[in-house]
Design a protein around this ligand. Structure first.
Ligand code: HEM
Length: 378
């Protein structure tokens, strides 16, 4: 399989057909020097170019360098193909100003779209897995390739940025292309059926890429990333009846088709009633509350991953969905939809999930064959 192009008008890893594996990392910048920040972004871009092409990092790579210094590449991806690795960068609010301090002279460059996410009903966020000055999403079809990429970027950042938290994901929960089969999440349901697909070019233009006039010009062609680590109460869910599960989601578990009838890609019919006069797609079902018709037309490009961080002290799976979505304006998209979903009286699914991590990042436009990540910002 061919590697995914690193260079382009937009960053890869957004509309790129979702790969199977994720290693997501949020970094804190630990220098106050603007020059160090720029040099970090330049070094990262060089390494990202190498790794996404399936090459070793640096001039000498893992084993061809001088034996008296640590190798430029850590080596565990030697012999592995690029595995469709994509690396996607985003800048958090704290990069622009942190605790009122403008460390890098960027305070007036912060886009309005990069909002401080409101507290949503039901949130139980753990600060240690929230935020970050810079996020890097590594996606690949081989877990070792994704882990190698983040590990090498973290190593390169030494003295300039440190990892705040990172998350592994093992199964995509969305398709972003019509050519992909819809995968399943840990509730056992097909996930990504109604997602924005790269083939819907008009929808991608309208809902994913920031365009001229939207905000600061440095973001033209960029996009906004929202991440949510969502814990799922797997064992409780597993005790819910099939009928109950399908009612909560609003789709059939087997086919993924709407509860109003038809196959997976049949449109949802919210007006359809059963014989007893009840709506076939319940008013508190997830798909209804998340649907554009009930959110002022808002859509998201979802690109999340399943995670299992082992089991907790009670023997329950420490599992869930690392929710990732891309959009042109989080205020009109993620925030709007999540407000509709949040709260125990809203989405029936809330009984089975808890949001524990959160992040919002401005992802700059793509990089050409020269240049570096975020160059337009400086
Ligand atoms: C649809 C699961 C969280 C937004 C769906 C579907 C499933 C699902 C099974 C139906 C298939 C599809 O069309 O993709 C989950 C699970 C979640 C979760 C298990 C948490 C653990 C969220 C969150 C948001 C969201 C946090 C956004 C704030 C959507 C949207 C749709 C959708 C926009 C498509 C609705 C439509 O237009 O039909 N989700 N979801 N989901 N979900 Fe979620």
């Amino acid at each position: 399989a061919v590697p995914v192009d690193f260079a382009g008008e937009h960053q890869a890893g957004v509309t790129t057909p979702a790969q199977d594996r994720l290693h997501f990392a949020a970094f804190d910048v630990i220098t106050d020097s603007r020059d160090d920040l720029v040099s970090l972004l330049q070094d990262w871009t060089d390494a990202a170019r190498d790794m996404t092409a399936g090459n070793e990092v640096g001039k000498f790579g893992a084993v061809a360098g001088p034996p008296v210094v640590p190798p430029e590449d850590t080596g565990e991806a030697l012999g592995l193909p690029a595995s469709q690795l994509t690396l996607t960068i985003g800048f958090g609010r704290t990069l622009f100003a942190k605790d009122g301090k403008d460390r890098f002279g960027l305070a007036d460059r912060r886009p309005e779209q990069l909002v401080d996410l409101p507290h949503f009903s039901g949130d139980r966020l753990e600060p240690a897995i929230c935020g970050g000055d810079i996020a890097i999403q590594a996606c690949a079809n081989d877990p070792q390739v994704a882990v190698h990429a983040i590990r090498n970027l973290a190593r390169i950042a030494f003295g300039r940025a440190s990892v705040r938290y990172s998350q592994l994901g093992f199964g995509r929960t969305s398709s972003t292309s019509e050519a992909q089969v819809t995968p399943r999440n840990l509730f056992g349901f097909k996930d990504g059926t109604a997602n924005i697909k790269l083939e819907d070019t008009d929808t991608v233009e309208d809902f994913v890429w920031a365009r001229s006039g939207d905000g600061p010009t440095w973001m033209d062609g960029g996009t906004y990333l929202v991440t949510r680590k969502i814990a799922m109460r797997i064992e409780t869910w597993d005790r819910e009846s099939l009928e109950g599960q399908q009612g909560i989601i609003g789709r059939a578990k087997g086919s993924g088709g709407p509860m109003s009838g038809g196959d997976e890609f049949e449109p949802l019919d919210f007006a359809a009633n059963s014989r007893d006069g009840e709506p076939m797609i319940g008013e508190q079902s997830h798909v209804r509350l998340a649907h554009p018709d009930f959110n002022g037309g808002a859509k998201l490009l979802r690109r999340g991953y399943n995670f299992v961080d082992g089991s907790d002290q009670l023997g329950r799976l420490a599992a869930g969905l690392f929710f990732i979505c891309y959009q042109r304006d989080p205020r009109e998209q993620f925030v709007r939809i999540q407000n509709n979903l949040a709260g125990l009286t809203a989405d029936l699914m809330n009984e089975y999930i808890v949001h524990i991590g959160s992040g919002i990042f401005a992802c700059p436009p793509g990089v050409g064959s020269t240049g570096y990540w975020g160059e337009s910002l400086f």
